[in-house]
Design a protein around this ligand. Structure first.
Ligand code: HAS
Length: 567
């Protein structure tokens, strides 16, 4: 089979679809103003700059909940759907059913607002993992369900275009970007089934007061069954940008089409049967099953290593087209701060933190080393390298690209724009250095340390943690400043004068190697593999939990060690 490389670079899209994509980009971007500000609040609370349970009426845990839910769940899901619309519409060049996509959007916006109200009112202070026995107002859970169903509907709306394109193009491979987006959303469906079971059968009846207690270990296992593929649901749209766009904006071609397809399909199989690596330290699950899922965890790192190789080879190809030579000399010829190839800076800067986050992920996945770092500040250091690194930078870069092309507006302050990802990445590296070092000395995550460990007036004060804390705080403030610069550029562009007619214009790479490997041209065998591995990985752990009869738990709130009455 051959690859379909479009001959166009720009297409007109239906005004309805353009509106939908723009709302899906701008609405979460407005919420992100709060999501990023609550991030700054976190570092100020933890460093002891703020030594109080609340600031401006915002409790520490309430701020942490808003920070996690907005940044990691709402912003990412909206972007994945909006970007999916753009990629499917562009590469298949087929209209999407607008009624279906409006329904998807309405559910996602309605669900977000329903969840936001109790969070803002302090009635859903449960953090982004919403583990029981922390309990939220029912509207929070119903809101999350609506967001997820809305995102499913968005995906279902792409299927007719996909089928019709295949009918019209027999013997042609699905465009790589479309394959990546479909793999992302098939994984999303697999991932959200267990969390739907958790929310619908355990959390909603409990939060409505229909049942008095909740089965915490079962809820946590269902959550992490969802929670690990969730992180790949975040990463995969970014990988679409790495494979499809980065080689082009670097000035070259994608080194291997096969590598891209393999990475997406491998992630589809191995992202879900690994949730227990988040539960290494938990009782009720035997070490045999933890070991099985550790093996799968090492296998889920394979596509990231494949990506590291393929993207480096693609960049080398680009650099050599631009006059680069020598074994390492070609690195100097990449457009790191080229304002007209600004997207390269967003994607490349993300690779730097991907590298650090990846190494630390392998450390977490090693049972005995995880015992040292679990639930310490090391963990937010690892995941900020990943989620706030390649994922966030690709998503904000992608948002800027879509807003500018769909509205026909020029990006404002282009010279500054190309520096934003570098300042942000510099901030993450410093922020994470502080958290890695603090974590190794025992600094806990999810703790308002300004009240205790960083407060000299407290008997719990830890002077040896202060250096790491100061480093982490400086990094967090730099990240915040980079985000402010980005918001100025994003909203400045959005509200600037239109220069051309809006259209969908995406950079896409041609191929150095267009391998014909039938194994990566169909989802079917990979889906069968995914189902088999899930059965292997999870049947035993669920049976073990069922045999242990853990007592149910009443609700708790972050500000009290006492069980709360269940009304
Ligand atoms: Fe993770 C916890 C293991 C990848 C996100 N992870 C988390 C949490 C989040 C998260 C959010 O085994 C915390 C959840 C919570 O709230 O409790 N993670 C891994 C492993 C990988 C990994 C083995 N994580 C990710 C990705 C994430 C993410 C991707 C988001 C997008 N993680 C864990 C474990 C825990 C965990 C445990 C639980 C620990 C505990 O105790 O709770 C791997 O898949 C990583 C593979 C990646 C690589 C890197 C390849 C390098 C690349 C860059 C190349 C750079 C170039 C540029 C070419 C092997 C692609 C040149 C630049 C240079 C600097 C040279």
């Amino acid at each position: 089979m051959r690859s379909a490389v479009p001959t166009y670079t720009r297409i007109e899209v239906e005004p309805g679809l353009r509106q939908i994509i723009l709302i899906e980009i701008v609405f979460p971007m407005v919420l992100l103003l709060l999501g990023i500000s609550t991030g700054l609040l976190q570092v100020l609370f933890r460093s002891g700059v703020i030594r109080a349970p609340s600031f401006l009426g915002m409790n520490y845990y309430q701020g942490l909940t808003l920070h996690g839910v907005i940044n990691a769940i709402v912003f990412t899901t909206f972007f994945a759907v909006a970007f999916g619309h753009a990629v499917v519409r562009f590469f298949l060049n087929k209209p999407l059913p607008l009624g279906v996509q409006w329904l998807s959007l309405i559910l996602m916006v309605g669900g977000t607002l329903a969840a936001a109200i109790p969070m803002l009112a302090g009635k859903a202070t449960v953090l982004y993992t919403f583990y029981p026995p922390l309990r939220a107002h029912p509207a929070f859970y119903f809101g999350l369900v609506a967001v997820v169903i809305g995102s499913w509907i968005g995906f279902f709306g792409w299927i007719p275009a996909y089928r019709s394109w295949h009918r019209e193009n027999p013997g042609v491979k699905t465009p790589l970007g479309v394959l990546g987006i479909f793999a992302t959303f098939i994984l999303w469906i697999i991932a959200t089934i267990p969390v739907a079971i958790e929310i619908v059968f355990l959390l909603i009846p409990w939060s409505l007061g229909w049942v008095k207690t909740v089965n915490v270990p079962l809820a946590r296992m269902l959550f992490w069954f969802f929670g690990h593929p969730l992180v790949y649901f975040w990463l995969m749209p970014a990988l679409v940008m790495y494979y499809v766009m980065l080689p082009k904006v670097a000035g070259g071609k994608l080194y291997s089409d096969f590598a891209g397809r393999f990475a997406f399909l491998w992630l589809l199989v191995f992202s879900a049967p690994v949730g227990l690596h988040h539960q290494f330290m938990e009782p009720g699950i035997s070490s045999s099953w933890k070991f099985v899922q550790t093996v799968f965890t090492m296998l889920v790192a394979v596509p990231s290593l494949v990506t590291a190789f393929t993207i480096t080879a693609s960049m080398e190809h680009a650099a050599r087209q631009r006059g680069g030579h020598g074994l390492f000399g070609w690195w100097t010829k990449l457009p790191y701060v080229d304002r007209d190839r600004w997207l390269f800076a967003y994607l490349f800067a993300g690779l730097i933190s991907f590298f650090v986050g990846g190494i630390t992920g392998i450390i977490n996945a090693s049972y005995s080393m995880d015992a040292v770092v679990h639930n310490t500040a090391w963990l937010p250091a690892h995941f900020h390298q990943m989620v706030a690194g390649p994922v966030f930078l690709a998503f904000i870069g992608g948002s800027l690209l879509l807003v500018s092309t769909l509205t026909g507006k020029e990006i404002v302050m282009k010279g500054l724009n190309v520096w934003v990802p570098w300042i942000w990445t510099f901030g993450i590296l410093i922020f994470s250095l502080g958290l890695f070092v603090g974590g190794l000395s025992g600094e806990p995550r999810r703790t308002n340390m300004g009240l205790t460990y960083t407060n000299p007036a407290s008997p719990l004060y830890q002077p040896t943690w202060q250096f790491a804390r100061i480093v982490g705080t400086i990094g967090g403030v730099i990240m915040f400043l980079a985000a402010v610069l980005f918001f100025i550029i994003f909203f400045g562009t959005l509200f600037s004068k239109k220069r051309t007619a809006g259209a969908l214009e995406l950079p896409y790479s041609e191929l150095v190697h267009d391998e014909d490997v039938p194994a990566v041209q169909s989802f079917r065998p990979w889906l069968v593999g995914a189902v088999i591995l899930l059965a292997v990985a999870y049947t035993g752990p669920f049976i073990e939990l069922a045999q242990q009869h853990f007592p149910g738990s009443p609700p708790y709130i972050p500000s009290s060690p006492l069980a709360q009455p269940n009304k």
